[in-house]
Design a protein around this ligand. Structure first.
Ligand code: SF4
Length: 329
C-alpha cells in the first residue's frame, strides 16, 4: 500500500508551517497543492515559487472552472428570468456579463450573481476545497492507497476549530491530519525560522492574512493598507463589482456588503440596487477604512471578528495581527 502525503498550501504562515512539519518528518510521497482563486496578490504566487525552490517540494496548482455553471445560468436567465418578468434590459445585461473569464473568483461571483459573504462563504468550498478534492484527492482514492491530507488548522483560531481532532478518517483511504492544531502563532513562525524559510513577505506589508487579496473577511486596517500599497487591487475589485452587478438579478453586488447589513440609512435589504452600490461599493469601503472612529458607519461591511475565516479545512489563511517582521525573520 502506498501512502500519499498531500499538504494544502495557501501561501500563508499556517499552511507553510504544516508543509515544513511534513518536510521535517521526511514523510513519503510528499506533495503540496495550492488552489488558485485568481484573487491572490502576485507576491503570493512568487512566494509559492520560492517555497518550491527552497523545500524541493512540488506544488500542484489547481483551479476551479465554472464554464458549465455559467452556461447553465445563461439558459436559466434566457428562459426563467423572462418568464418571471424581469426587465429586458436586466436580462440582456446579465447575458452580456455571463461569460467565463478564466478567473475562478470572478467567474464564481458572476455565476452566483453575488460576492460571497461571512454568512454565505461559498468561496472556500467552491474555489479551494472542491478543486482539491476533484483534481487531486479523488483520482487517488479507491486504489487501496492511504491518502493523508495535511491541513494547517490551529485550535486557537476559532470555536469551529477548537474541537477538531488531530486526525480523522474521511473514508476511501483518505485521512485529515492537522499537525499544528495545538500550535500558537510564535510556534508557527519558529517553524519557519528553524527550517530557514521566510514567511510570505505580504505579512510585513500590513497584511493580517494572505491568500485572497482582499479576502471577504478582510479587516478595516488591512483594507486601508491594501488601498495604500496596492491600489491596482482596488481597481480590480471595482471592475469586478460592475461585472457581478451586471450579472445580478437585483442589479447590485458589492464585494463586502452582506444582505442583512445595517447602515445609518437603514437596512441594505430595504435599499434600491443603486443606493446599495452607492454606499457600499469597494471605493466607499476604502474611504471608510481611512476613518478612525465616527466616520460614516460602514461597520456593516467588514469582519471585525479576528476569527472570521473559520473553515475547518484550513484552506484559507487565518487572521492574525501583523507583526514587525524583524520578530519573525
Ligand atoms: S481567502 Fe477569503 S475570500 Fe478567499 S476563498 Fe478564503 S474566505 Fe474566500
Amino acid at each position: 500500500m502506498t501512502t500519499h502525503n498531500i499538504v494544502s498550501v495557501s501561501g500563508g504562515k499556517d499552511s507553510t508551517a504544516t508543509l515544513l512539519a511534513a518536510l521535517a518528518l521526511d514523510v513519503p510521497n510528499l506533495r503540496a497543492v495550492f488552489a488558485d482563486t485568481g484573487n491572490e496578490h502576485e507576491q503570493t504566487h512568487e512566494y509559492l515559487e520560492y517555497l518550491e525552490e527552497v523545500t524541493g517540494i512540488p506544488i500542484t496548482r489547481v483551479k476551479a472552472d465554472f464554464t458549465h455553471q455559467i452556461a447553465g445560468k445563461r439558459k436559466f436567465i434566457e428562459t426563467k428570468w423572462r418568464e418571471q418578468g424581469v426587465e429586458e434590459q436586466v436580462v440582456l445585461a446579465a447575458l452580456e456579463a455571463l461569460q467565463p473569464t478564466g478567473i475562478p473568483f470572478l467567474d464564481l461571483c458572476i455565476w452566483k450573481g453575488r460576492f460571497p459573504s461571512r454568512k454565505a462563504q461559498f468561496c472556500t468550498m467552491e474555489l479551494k476545497r472542491d478543486p482539491m478534492l476533484e483534481q487531486v484527492l479523488m483520482p487517488l482514492m479507491g486504489r487501496g492507497d492511504m491518502l493523508i491530507s495535511w491541513q494547517g488548522v490551529r485550535a486557537d483560531e476559532s470555536l469551529n476549530r477548537r474541537y477538531l481532532s488531530e486526525c480523522d478518517e474521511v473514508g476511501g483511504g483518505l485521512f485529515n491530519y492537522r499537525p499544528i492544531l495545538k500550535w500558537d502563532i510564535p510556534a508557527v513562525f519558529e517553524a519557519h525560522r528553524y527550517m530557514g524559510i521566510k514567511p510570505n513577505p505580504l505579512y510585513s506589508q500590513g497584511m493580517g492574512r494572505v491568500g485572497c487579496m482582499p479576502c471577504i473577511n478582510c479587516r478595516k486596517d488591512e483594507l486601508r493598507e491594501i488601498a495604500l500599497r496596492f491600489p491596482e487591487v482596488i481597481d480590480r475589485i471595482d471592475r469586478w463589482e460592475r461585472l457581478v452587478q451586471q450579472a445580478s438579478k437585483r442589479g447590485a453586488a458589492t464585494f463586502f456588503a452582506g444582505s442583512n447589513a445595517k447602515h445609518p440609512k437603514g437596512s441594505i435589504s430595504d435599499m434600491t440596487a443603486l443606493e446599495v452600490m452607492e454606499i457600499a461599493n469597494i471605493r466607499q469601503a476604502v474611504e471608510w477604512s481611512k476613518t478612525v472612529r465616527g466616520g460614516i458607519q460602514y461597520d456593516l461591511l467588514m469582519a471585525s471578528d479576528q476569527n472570521a475565516c473559520s473553515s475547518s479545512y484550513g484552506l484559507c489563511d487565518s487572521e492574525w495581527e501583523p507583526i514587525n517582521m524583524s520578530e519573525a525573520a
